[in-house]
Write a protein that binds this ligand. Structure first.
Ligand code: DGL
Length: 273
């Protein structure tokens, strides 16, 4: 198959990366995609760097066996702790969500006071903090982990009083620092955007790293002359390391359209080099 017509690979710890796949499909509607969700081993957000790097290596190998032309690490946690490593082992370009998200926030912020919310792993890694200050050395970054929001997003409690209560608790400290932009630094948080926007208020712009990443990928593919050339409709395949309860229902909600062609793969098959 000619290089341009190969699929884009996406990888996440589970269902969350489908919010990133959504933007990729909107911005690059002709591109074929292959999504791998490591649903057997989710969450990554509370795991050690070594473990997430090991899982990421297996995901990269799996997607390379599927002959993808570029890999998006849709998971914020894996992007934060394993992007450099993943790029060093892959033979195709690997794009994470941190840098595009950080750039989007720096461009949106007029005061340079930027908030970041994410998993424990993402916040602890300081990857967003480092990427933001690389783009704007005088930026002030305030970060807070919001682990409970993952469950609220999966439960579909988008506009629910319980979600609002927890979001207020988590965001209070960041808002006290007068941030004017807030990175939704976890794949699940854009699902809760209505509540996050309500709690953050109109003076805070919410940044979706998935959207910024899709725009960045479009640019990279164009620069490398890798945009799909065949006019055929896009095909999308989904591989999961487990079939958890309600995955298709939650996944279709995160993706914004129905998931077809979903296949479970075994953890043993991920181990083959
Ligand atoms: N996909 C993860 C992220 O964006 C959230 C879920 C998890 O902890 O694995 O960081």
């Amino acid at each position: 198959m000619i290089e341009q017509n190969k699929p884009i690979g996406l990888f996440d710890s589970g269902v969350g990366g489908l919010t990133v796949a959504h933007h990729v499909m909107q911005i690059l509607p002709l591109e074929n995609t292959i999504y791998f969700g490591d649903s057997a081993r989710v969450p990554y957000g509370s795991k050690s760097t070594e473990t997430v790097q090991f899982y990421t290596k297996q995901a990269i190998n799996f997607l390379e066996r599927k002959a993808v032309k570029l890999i998006i690490i849709a998971c914020n946690t894996a992007s934060a702790v394993a992007l450099e490593y993943a790029s060093s082992i892959a033979s195709v370009p690997v794009i994470g969500v941190i840098e595009p998200g950080a750039r989007g926030a720096v461009e949106a912020s007029t005061s340079g006071r930027i908030g970041v919310i994410g998993t424990q792993g993402t916040v602890r890694s300081e990857a967003y903090q480092n990427a933001i200050t690389a783009f704007n050395p005088s930026a002030k970054v305030f970060a807070h982990p919001c682990p409970l929001l993952v469950g609220f997003a999966e439960e579909g409690l988008i506009d629910h009083p319980a979600t609002e209560l927890i979001a207020r608790e988590y965001l209070e400290e960041l808002l006290d620092h007068s941030i004017d932009s807030l990175i939704m630094g976890c794949t699940h948080y854009p699902i809760l955007k209505p509540t996050l926007a309500k709690v953050a208020g109109t003076s805070v712009q919410l940044i979706d790293p998935g959207l910024e990443t899709a725009k960045h990928v479009q640019q990279i593919l164009a620069e490398k002359d890798l945009l799909k050339s065949a006019p055929s409709p896009a095909s999308h395949e989904y591989y999961l390391s487990d079939f958890p309860h309600k995955f298709i229902e939650i996944g279709s909600r995160f993706l914004g359209s129905k998931m077809h062609r979903v296949e479970k793969i075994s953890l043993e098959s991920l181990s083959c080099e």
